[in-house]
Design a protein around this ligand. Structure first.
Ligand code: 5RP
Length: 230
């Protein structure tokens, strides 16, 4: 990120982010994603704001809120709006038909709420994120702490091995105070069917399968940006 020499993957993220920021228009409400790719978009949107673009933004995490404030982007409470015009966010994996795994950075619940309110979701990634089938990356599942053991057993019943995410020798907590189980399913045959099964398990606050939420993916590849649209 800022200060250090940029690797080629960081360059790809930045190229994708700069391409995504071209979709931002004066007067819009913008959803700001979380993660290292979103960082570049937040920085570029800050530049737009400083040159007179009047946008308001919703942050998908505490960290993104801090970055947005530092960049001078006006933030609003999500409960004061009915719709978000455009959201720019990252992903841990995507397929060319626009199914995603998200939540590697732990912000999946707010990211999915923001995505659900969004008219146009633009995902930005480097070239390592494109896959033919989801599941190389363990699927993040956010659970309320009271339900962690129960959910882990239900996931095992469906064939998934869930590992409690840790941080600094303790349990990782999301911005909502929940836990995350990172679940290995092997490659996922039918993400839509799996998402429906996960939606039915009590105690899961959110899972990282994002389906029918994305308008386009912009993937940095070398010096270019590739566009995937539904
Ligand atoms: C955070 C996310 C991120 O968008 C995802 O982890 C990708 O992050 P990065 O751009 O740093 O690779 O879902 O919850």
């Amino acid at each position: 990120m800022a200060g250090a020499p940029q690797t080629s993957l960081e360059k790809e993220k930045e190229l994708a982010a700069l391409a995504a920021v071209k979709y931002v228009h004066d007067g819009q409400v913008i959803g700001l994603g979380t993660g290292s790719s979103a960082f570049y978009a937040i920085r570029a949107i800050g530049t737009l704001v400083r040159t007179g673009c009047r946008i308001r933004a919703v942050a998908t995490s505490v960290r993104t809120g801090e970055l947005a404030r530092e960049a001078g982007i006006p933030l609003i409470d999500i409960n004061t709006i009915d719709e978000i015009d455009l959201t720019i966010d990252g992903a841990d994996e995507f397929t060319p038909d626009l199914m995603l795994i998200k939540g590697g950075g732990g912000a999946l619940l707010r990211e999915k709420i923001v995505a659900s309110l969004t008219r146009e979701q633009v995902i930005i990634t480097d070239s390592t994120k494109r896959v033919d089938r989801l599941g190389h990356f363990p699927l993040p599942v956010e659970v309320i702490p009271f339900a962690a053991r129960y959910v882990q057993k239900e996931l095992a019943r469906l064939g998934g091995t869930g590992k409690l995410r840790s941080k600094d020798n303790g349990v990782y907590h999301t911005d909502q105070g929940n836990y995350i189980l990172d679940v290995d399913w092997g490659l996922i045959d039918n993400p839509r069917a799996l998402a429906e099964q996960l939606n039915r398990i009590e105690g899961i606050a959110c899972h990282g399968l994002f389906i029918d939420l994305t308008t386009r993916v912009l993937m940095g590849k070398g010096e270019r940006v590739m566009v995937f649209e539904g």
